[in-house]
Design a binder for this molecule. Sequence first.
Ligand SMILES: [Zn+2]
Length: 90
Amino acid sequence: MGVVLGGKRCQSCGMPLAKDKAGGGTEADGSRSARYCSYCYDAGRFRKPELTAREMQETVRQVMRRKGMPRLVAEYWAWRIPRLKRWRGR
Ligand SMILES: [Zn+2]
């Protein structure tokens, strides 16, 4: 797991970390998070700690459709969300 699709992805929203303009989220000590993007994670905390996997799926669907992604691709990534580290074991 994890490397199945190649490239590191945010373990909260599934975005490729390489596409994160900020280069990834930050930990409490200011270092880069190797796991989460800057949209999800800042200073060692999730920006929306109360968010559920279902809500994240809906957000991902909307963002991808807005970017003109094919529906199948958007659905695929929405499907992937509960399998990312942040949401597993909940
Ligand atoms: Zn993210």
